[in-house]
Design a protein around this ligand. Sequence first.
Ligand code: ATP
Length: 359
Amino acid sequence: MSFLSLRDVSKFYGSTCAVSAMNLSVEQGEFVSLLGPSGCGKTTTLQMVAGFEPVSSGTITLAGRDITQAKANTRGLGIVFQSYALFPHMTVADNVSFGLEMRRLPRAERQERVRKALSLVHLDAHAQRYPRELSGGQRQRVALARALVIEPPVLLLDEPLSNLDAKLREEMQFELRQIQRKVGTTTVMVTHDQSEAMSVSDRVVVMQAGVVTQVDEPQRVYEHPRTRFISTFVGKANLLDARVGEVGARVGVALGGLRFDVAVDNPADFSSGATALFSVRPEKLQLRPCGQGRMDGEVQERFFLGSQWLYRLSTDAGDWTVLCPNDGRESLAVGEAAAIDWPDHCARLLPGEAPAAQE
Ligand code: ATP
């Protein structure tokens, strides 16, 4: 049995379904992110695990114990919110010590645990400062130390880095993952930032309108998105309408005047003659001289991104976005003709209708 498990968990606010029959298994020591657009039910899910919101139906178990009806303060979980929620009138050390005092731990043990927690987040030297004397990133680390010091079975993080500027946020993502690896605490993080979810998580849970649409390792979500929504929410994708030909281990595709076949994860999702979406990531496309690729086109726009060139090309099958590394060679000009090519294994086919999520 998994360490933390949600079985058919739903949440209704009146007639609004915030979370619909959610199933999720989190293993001990795993870092899992709930990823999805605003309003998809991420925070509600976290709040139900934390015990701040009752479930409408379903079961939540932790280490084999049914905690569905347990009060929040008896679940013993570590929680970090976007707002940090530090006590302004307390020093950093007192903020971190607070949860230990509530648990009536002896003074000597409290001091030792606070010292260790502050060392973990590299704030040993700031123990006697007040929150107002810290930067945003430092405050966030105090909140993390305060959650970890109680040695919770599960750490719940709700958009913990969203108040930080882009550069600090990236640094903290790296640090968060390092700390989590070191202490090994099972972690569930809510984020709407796909690159954050991908960079820190062992697995990503993609949610849309209260429903889990994919649960996979980050690279798998990126390389094998299960739906149209996921393929554009997680990274960029070229999506072109195609028609399904013969369905076997590989599926035949008609795209513009081109016919070829594509390996698919689940042939049963496709039926001959139906429409489907052909998908390939912009960085997986290559530009070649005309006549030497799969399809000829013309450059409509180009953008210099520093390490890459981004091109928009029009072809008979539709418009394509192509990302090419800036390798120092001369770039293509607007109006120039070029052929588009891609390696077989980079092509994906998505069913017209979204298939059901699988864990
Ligand atoms: P965000 O990224 O914007 O925080 P989210 O994915 O965390 O969004 P939730 O906050 O879980 O989404 O909200 C899911 C749905 O439930 C939304 O439609 C929201 O309006 C609704 N909802 C959330 N809390 C309440 C509440 N207390 N009362 C009524 N509806 C609510």
